[in-house]
Write a protein that binds this ligand. Structure first.
Ligand code: HEC
Length: 460
């Protein structure tokens, strides 16, 4: 566990140094060009520091700045932005206000001088808008964060937080550090690497019947991204969302036409895969959205949250259908059973619970464990439960009895992937190991460390 923390800290520090060098040079983050860009330089500051109080959730002072149009529309009498005149613009005045009770952001330290300088320079330069739409959310205007290259060779194994099979099951796709790695499912050779990815990949999902791989991830507290990577072409990924904090989950509708995703910004979003547009944004949870699932018929959507609830919605219009309370702790995983009538949830309370979709009330107990549940996935009439002790147990949905268990990982299992046609299960663990299993007889087919260039020292 400490391995991962170390790696994470190192890369954060590296990024911080890059950032402060830019600041020292007096340049905004998009330093290539001289003029300050609203979308590249100003929007990320506002998104990170201000939108929580001035956005769709809260609009303090009757003021919203989550879109460019909103930014210009004052909540009071005074203009918030007057092009060319920062000192007369209320938005700027409030950033440099001496009285801490009136200064923005409220109840917080003033913005770093470099960020105030960016906003001042932007207003002084004419407060120009360089985005596509003045009514689009800032997160849709913001360019993707620039990522450092993935390590050429991993000095330490990278925890496997996300795994997926390609369509024909010949390749296993794993989340790495700022990259996605592709491995042969037969001889475990590294086939290719795709960089420019978020620091930590939290979810990978293959489009049913299609070629899009959904990638959700980010860097905690700093940025999040939801991307679509085409597995058949070498083109750059499509960006569906850029957020101020990590995206945690993503899943396709059974027909592959929609993608649902959630993250630390508490929203559950649904996107049309073809156009890439956000078609639903649900704001029901009061804390991180850890997991999302479509019902087998695609008509319902369920979410699990750190706010200790799971919720079900109509997946077309977003209408809330039911809320399940009953877990004594964060709910981290959710899945429907095979007929869509039962919701299975797992939380940090070490229990898997089940609830009738149309009859809320106290959820029943499906299984309880001595250790934390670290993954949950339904495959046909079974549910696979990953555990912190390195085990994965397969239980029948109806009888709840164990069909078989997959043991041998030396660390907690943090990723599960299935390939139905070849009956393969892949499990990934916190220690960087991936194991491949035959689902039919439970036999282990192979094991490898999904960290390119990492060499395990014997006996260590
Ligand atoms: C913790 C919540 C919070 C945060 C974060 C915050 N604000 Fe505010 N803001 C408020 C409140 C509350 C008011 C109303 C103050 C009042 O009416 O006295 C306000 C008022 C304003 C107004 C005046 C609106 C008007 O037209 O009268 C502006 C401009 C503003 N904020 C800008 C910002 C900017 C820019 C940031 C980010 C750098 C920011 N705020 C961050 C809470 C917040």
């Amino acid at each position: 566990m400490s391995l991962f923390k170390t790696a994470h800290l190192v890369s954060l520090t590296a990024l911080w140094i890059v950032g402060s060098q830019l600041v020292a040079a007096g340049l905004p983050a998009s330093s290539g060009k001289s003029a300050v860009s609203f979308t590249a330089d100003v929007a990320p500051i506002l998104q990170r520091r201000c939108v929580a109080c001035h956005g769709p959730e809260k609009s303090k002072g009757r003021y919203r700045l989550d879109t460019f149009a909103g930014l210009l529309k004052p909540g009071g009498d005074q203009a918030t932005v007057i092009a060319g005149r920062p000192e007369k613009s209320r938005l700027y005045q409030l950033l440099v206000e001496k009285n801490p009770d009136d200064r923005m952001p409220q109840d917080a330290e003033p913005l770093p001088a470099a960020e105030i300088a960016v906003i001042r320079a932007w207003i002084a330069g004419g407060a120009k808008f360089d985005g596509a739409s003045t009514t689009a959310a800032l997160t849709l205007l913001m360019p993707r964060p620039v990522h450092p290259p993935a390590p050429q060779r991993y000095a330490q194994p990278w925890p496997v937080t996300a795994l997926a099979f390609n369509a024909d099951g010949s390749e296993l796709i794993a989340g790495g550090c700022h990259e996605i790695t592709f491995w042969s499912a037969t001889n475990h050779a590294l086939l290719r690497r795709v960089g420019g990815m978020p620091e930590r990949i939290q979810a990978l999902a293959l489009q049913p019947g299609g070629n899009w791989l959904a990638v959700a991830g980010g860097a905690p507290g700093r940025s999040g991204e939801l991307l679509l990577l085409n597995l058949l072409s070498n083109t750059a990924p499509r960006t569906l969302a850029v957020t101020g904090d990590a995206m945690l989950c993503a899943t396709f509708s059974p027909d592959g036409s929609r993608l649902a995703a959630g993250g630390t910004d508490k929203f559950l979003r649904v996107f049309a895969v073809k156009s890439g547009s956000e078609i639903l944004r649900l704001e029901q949870h009061s804390d991180w959205v850890h997991s999302v699932a479509f019902s087998p018929d695609g008509q319902r959507l369920a979410s699990a949250s750190r706010d200790r609830t799971a919720r079900i919605y109509n997946s077309t219009n977003g209408a809330a259908i039911t809320t399940f309370r009953g877990h004594e702790a964060a709910v981290e995983f959710v899945t429907f059973n095979d007929d869509g009538k039962v919701l299975l949830t797992a939380g940090t309370d070490r229990k898997v619970r089940f609830s009738g979709v149309s009859e809320p009330g106290k959820p029943g107990e499906f299984a309880r464990f001595e250790v934390a549940v670290t993954g949950l996935a339904r495959v046909e009439q079974s549910v696979f439960i990953a555990l912190a002790d390195g085990r994965v147990t397969q239980r029948r949905l109806v009888k709840r009895d164990e069909v078989q268990s997959f043991t041998g990982h030396g660390d907690r299992v943090t990723a599960l992937a299935f390939h139905a046609a070849s009956q393969r299960l892949a499990t990934g663990a916190h220690d960087g190991k991936v194991r491949l299993w035959n689902l039919t007889d439970g036999k282990l087919l192979g094991e490898f460390t999904a960290s390119p260039g990492f060499v395990e020292v014997a006996g260590k």
